[in-house]
Design a protein around this ligand. Sequence first.
Ligand SMILES: [Fe+2]
Ligand SMILES: [Fe+2]
Length: 154
Amino acid sequence: MKYTNVLIEDHEALRKLMKQVKSARLAPAKKEKALKLFFDLLDSHTEAEEMSLYKIRKENEWLRPDILEGLQEHRIAEELMAKIKRTKKRDLREAKIKVLCDYVKHHLDEEEEKLFPHFEKTISATQSKKLQKMYLAIREKTQKHQTEISHGAL
Ligand SMILES: [Fe+2]
Ligand SMILES: [Fe+2]
């Protein structure tokens, strides 16, 4: 499988979890479980992405603007996640979760529409394979909870 398709697989799992997190029909306990899995997968995916694809900004000027933008979005999503974990008031917490989901959705769409196609155009097959290996190794190490996408981890 192409390296960016492995990343897109994780994006799809994140989208599914966000759908559950935002669902009006799902029981509160199930929503909390989905949120826990979503945070875990988002952390693991972000770290692995930054240690592989995002690392090439140093050697690839063309990809640099998209990568810098993506990195800023990662930091903002992390800040929002930390704020949600600290928020006790239910309606306020719900509002923050909704904003985070909308924000992450925008980030995933942008990576898939801009960064990944640009990346595939400029990177050699050998380099792409190397980065994919690195990505999967970090995903395996950092994912704490089992989801349908675990890349052989756990
Ligand atoms: Fe990302
Ligand atoms: Fe991503």
